[in-house]
Design a protein. Sequence first.
Length: 142
Amino acid sequence: MGKRRKARESTLQILFQLEFDSTQLEKTLSEYWKSRRVLAEIKEYSNWLAKGIVTHQEKIDNIIQSTSEHWRISRMALIDRNILRMAVFELLYEESIAPAVVINEAIEVAKKYSGEHASTFINGILDSVRKNLDEIKKSLKE
């Protein structure tokens, strides 16, 4: 498994914890990494993802909500919405990774951590975000 995949999986676990207390980001990160021995670049990328998602969560959630048909973000499975948040954040702010790779990684994480149909659901939403990515980025700059 690649370093970025490990970082994404760690981020998913961190985001899961933050669902129950989003006010304690630094404490959650500190506690999470206490018992884990990983390469520094995995920890750095995971922390960057988690902090970025928390910082931009309202924008990210609005993008997901506007893209998902018939699904309110609050009604999505907790794991699925956090995989979507992570992927949308990467699509918006990680310029060194191709959108297709971001989407594929999200699908693979969903296959491992979520339900049977999650990968199809996530793929559909992220593909729609990808198709409108330039427009979305432009609207965020305005």
